[in-house]
Design a binder for this molecule. Structure first.
Ligand code: FAD
Length: 467
C-alpha cells in the first residue's frame, strides 16, 4: 500500500464525529494532512461569519491535535495552495466535504480540474446535509418548490446512521509549514467589538454536541409551543454549529429521532435541507429574485431608513431589539428575523438584498442558502413564500410574541432607569461614528405602522397591474 499522504481540505465540516470524509480517510491508514485555506470565497464572507469560522478552526485544531494531527493553515487561491501542498508533501490525493453554494462550487470545480490535470486524485464527500440536494426529486424528476411536498418526500429517505469519530490519525513524515491563525486577522472587519461578540459565542464540536443533548433533555418537548417567543431560550441554538459543520445534521436527526415526538423540530432542520435543495436548482437565488416577476417591483435601493434599520434605530422597539440582538450576539431569533425582514421590505419598502447583505455581515450562523431563502420567503419573491400582502405588524407581533416586553427590555436601553446588561452591550459594540448613547432619547418612528403598510400594499397593487 502506498504511504503517500492524503490532504484533507476542511471548510464547513469542522468535526471529528460523523464526518464521512475523515472517517473514510482514517480507514485507509494513510498519513493525513488536514488543511484549511483562507481563500477568496472565505474572504468574501461577512465579517461575523469569517470571525466565527476562525474561532471554529481554533477549536477544531485542538480536537485534531488530540488525534495526533495538525491543522495546516494557508492563505490564497485554493487551487494554487492545494497544488503547492501536493508538491511539498508528495500527497497522492486531496479530499473534501462538499459545499453547495455557487461560489463554493465554482471554487471546488476549479480545484478538482487543476489537481486532476496534475495527476493528483481529488474526491469529494457528502456530510453537510442529510440528503444531497438532487437526491429528492418529484415524480417528473425535477426539484420541489413547495416545502411540505419536499419534506414529505425527503422524510421517506434514510440518511443512514452517524459515523463514529476516528481513532488516532496517522501523521505524515514531516508537517508542512502553517500560517498562524492570528496572522489571518479575522476579527479586523468586525464592526462590533470582538470582545462583545466573543462573550456570546461558544464555538466547536464538543459544545455543539452538549447543546443538542441539553436541548433534547430540557427544551425539545416544549419546542413547538414556545419556539416563537424570542425572550425564551426555547430553540436549539444549533444553527451556527450546522453552518460550520461542528455538528452534522445526521447526528441531530438520529439523536432527535431516538428521543421521539419532535416532528416540528426536525421539520425546521428540513427547512435547511430545502434551502439547499432550492439553491441547487436555482443557484442565482442568493442574488436575484427567485420569481423574476419581482424584478419590476418598486423596492427602494439602500436609503436612510435602511441605515436606521441596520443600526437598530427605527423607533419600532421589536424591530430594533432584533437588530441589536444580532449586532451583539451574532444571532437573531427566528421570529425576530421574520419581523425585522418584513419591516425592511414592506414598511420601509426596501429591496430584500439590502437586508440580506446586512444579515450576511452580522450573523455568526450566516448560511448562504438559509439566508437567501429566509429573505425571499419574507419578501414574497421566493418559492413557497409568504404572500407580500401579508405584512407583519411590528407592534402586534411584539404584543403577541413578546407579551411581557422582556425581549424589548433586554435589548433597548433608552428610556430605562436600569437598562439590562445586553442593552448596554449594544452601545459598547456599536462604532463611535454612529454617535449613539444609552441615555439619549429613543428615536421616533421612521414611519407610522399603518401608513407603512398602506404604502407597501399600494406598491404591490401597482406592481400587480404591471405584471
Ligand atoms: P431551531 O429552531 O432550533 O431549528 C433547528 C435548525 O433548523 C436550525 O439550527 C437551522 O439549521 C434550521 N432552521 C430552522 N429554521 C430554519 C429556516 N427558517 N430556514 C432554514 N433553516 C432553518 N438560518 C441560518 O442558519 N442562517 C442564516 O443565515 C439564516 N438567515 C435567515 C434570514 C431570514 C430573513 C430568516 C427569516 C431566517 C433565517 N434563518 C437562517 C433561519 C432561522 O431563523 C435560523 O436557522 C434559526 O433562527 C436558528 O436558530 P436555532 O438554531 O435555535 O433554530
Amino acid at each position: 500500500m502506498s504511504d503517500r499522504p492524503i490532504i484533507l481540505w476542511f471548510r464547513r465540516d469542522l468535526r471529528l464525529a460523523d464526518n464521512p470524509m475523515l472517517h473514510e480517510a482514517a480507514r485507509t491508514g494513510r498519513p493525513l494532512i488536514p488543511v484549511a485555506i483562507l481563500d477568496p470565497v472565505a474572504e468574501s464572507w461577512g465579517a461575523a461569519a469569517r470571525w466565527r469560522w476562525g474561532e471554529g478552526l481554533s477549536v477544531f485544531a485542538k480536537s485534531l491535535a488530540q488525534k495526533g494531527a495538525r491543522l495546516i493553515l494557508r492563505r490564497g487561491e485554493a487551487r494554487d495552495i492545494l497544488s503547492q501542498l501536493v508538491a511539498e508533501t508528495g500527497a497522492e490525493a486531496v479530499w473534501w466535504s462538499r459545499t453547495y453554494d455557487p461560489d463554493g462550487r465554482a471554487r471546488d470545480v476549479a480545484a478538482k480540474a487543476r489537481l486532476r490535470a496534475n495527476g493528483t486524485g481529488a474526491r469529494s464527500f457528502p456530510g453537510h446535509l442529510l440528503f444531497e440536494p438532487d437526491a429528492v426529486t418529484t415524480g417528473q424528476g425535477t426539484g420541489y418548490k413547495v416545502f411540505s411536498a419536499y419534506w414529505r418526500a425527503a422524510s421517506r429517505l434514510d440518511p443512514g446512521r452517524p459515523l463514529p469519530a476516528p481513532g488516532v490519525l496517522v501523521p505524515p513524515s514531516g508537517w508542512p509549514d502553517s500560517d498562524d491563525l492570528s496572522s489571518w486577522r479575522l476579527a479586523d472587519a468586525l464592526r462590533a467589538g470582538e470582545a462583545v461578540l466573543r462573550r456570546n459565542s461558544a464555538p466547536g464540536e464538543p459544545e455543539a454536541l452538549e447543546r443538542l443533548s441539553d436541548f433534547l433533555r430540557s427544551r425539545a418537548a416544549a419546542y413547538a409551543e414556545r419556539r416563537d417567543f424570542p425572550a425564551e431560550d426555547a430553540t436549539s441554538g444549533l444553527s451556527e454549529y450546522l453552518t460550520y459543520g461542528e455538528i452534522s445534521p445526521r447526528t441531530i436527526w438520529s439523536e432527535t429521532g431516538k428521543a421521539g415526538g419532535n416532528a416540528k423540530f426536525l421539520s425546521e432542520v428540513g427547512w435547511r435541507e430545502f434551502a439547499y435543495h432550492l439553491l441547487h436548482h436555482s443557484p442565482d437565488m442568493a442574488r436575484d429574485n427567485w420569481n423574476r416577476d419581482w424584478d419590476r417591483f418598486p423596492w427602494r435601493a439602500d436609503n436612510a431608513d435602511a441605515e436606521a434599520w441596520r443600526r437598530g434605530m427605527t423607533g419600532e422597539p421589536f424591530v430594533d431589539a432584533a437588530l441589536r440582538e444580532m449586532y451583539v450576539t451574532g444571532r437573531m431569533h427566528n421570529r425576530a428575523r421574520m419581523v425585522a425582514a418584513s419591516y425592511l421590505t414592506k414598511h420601509l419598502l426596501t429591496d430584500w438584498r439590502v437586508g440580506l447583505a446586512w444579515f450576511a455581515d452580522c450573523l455568526t450562523d450566516w448560511d448562504p442558502a438559509a439566508n437567501a431563502l429566509g429573505w425571499q420567503w419574507v419578501a414574497g419573491s421566493g418559492p413557497d413564500a409568504a404572500p407580500y400582502f401579508r405584512v407583519f405588524n411590528p407592534v402586534t407581533q411584539g404584543e403577541k410574541f413578546d407579551p411581557e416586553g422582556a425581549y424589548r427590555h433586554r435589548w433597548i436601553a433608552e428610556g430605562r432607569k436600569q437598562p439590562q446588561e445586553d442593552a448596554l452591550a449594544f452601545f459598547e459594540a456599536a462604532p463611535k461614528s454612529w454617535k449613539i448613547a444609552p441615555d439619549a432619547r429613543y428615536p421616533s418612528r421612521r414611519i407610522d405602522p399603518a401608513e407603512g403598510r398602506k404604502r407597501a400594499l399600494d406598491a404591490y397593487e401597482r406592481w400587480k397591474a404591471l405584471k
